[in-house]
Design a binder for this molecule. Structure first.
Ligand SMILES: [Fe+2]
Length: 225
């Protein structure tokens, strides 16, 4: 490990990702605000490391957590959503973001003085972060953590607000959104998690999310609807 590998410039890397996302005019606000979800993935990865109590390649993992979705800046929004909804065949375009992120990350990390080995390890994580379940036979511990952090990032407060952000972008009412968050069950996401510590973190956050939804649902418990 060289000096840059030992002390990555996390803030600089985040600023770089943020600027890329802002340049799209789609991934920096509302339900697809990756400047927020990137930050949440990074913090969730730290939460998992803290609870895991195992030796991990912390620097590579955290750098990958910041860069994992930078490839979204290369997606074509016209293939993803219209003004009213997410398009039916958007999945194919979404899936490209992992591999599209690799050359962007490579060029940045090279510029920041990271070693070839470090860059390869980060790029492995970015390229495979979306391949869950039986899509991969083996995963490094760092990939397991990144995949879990990516899911957990959207559970809890973040998961609670996302339906409201959707309502702002796609014209759904607040009442409908409250009814949506109340019904939302993230247990399926929990089943996709790799590590037990992530499962317990997810359970905690799901409780938090459900409690918020219940509290808000009380406020629309009215004889008008
Ligand atoms: Fe992703």
């Amino acid at each position: 490990m060289n000096t840059a590998d030992k002390n990555p410039e996390y803030k600089k890397i985040y600023q770089f990702v943020k600027a890329k996302l802002e340049s799209t005019g789609h991934f920096n606000y509302g339900p697809f605000d990756e400047t927020y979800y990137t930050l949440r993935a990074y913090e969730s990865a730290k939460d998992i490391i803290r609870k895991l109590n195992r030796k991990v390649k912390r620097q590579q993992l955290l750098v990958a957590a910041i860069l994992h979705d930078v490839g979204k800046s290369k997606l074509q929004p016209s293939k993803l959503f219209s003004r009213k909804e997410i398009l039916e065949h958007a999945g194919e375009e979404w899936h490209r973001h992992a591999e599209l992120g690799v050359p962007i990350a490579k060029a940045l990390l090279k510029k920041l003085g990271h070693s070839g080995e470090f860059i390869e390890e980060v790029c492995y994580l970015i390229e495979h972060h979306d391949q869950r379940g039986d899509k991969l036979k083996q995963r490094t511990l760092e990939l397991k953590i990144l995949q879990d952090a990516d899911l957990i990032a959207d559970i809890g407060f973040a998961g609670f607000i996302r339906p409201f952000l959707f309502s702002g972008k796609f014209g759904r009412t607040v009442i409908e959104s409250i009814q949506f968050v109340l019904k939302e069950d993230r247990t399926k996401d929990g089943e996709l998690l790799n590590l037990n510590v992530s499962k317990s973190l997810a359970r905690e956050r799901m409780k938090q999310q459900a409690a918020l939804a219940k509290q808000m649902a009380k406020e629309i418990d009215s004889d008008l609807i």
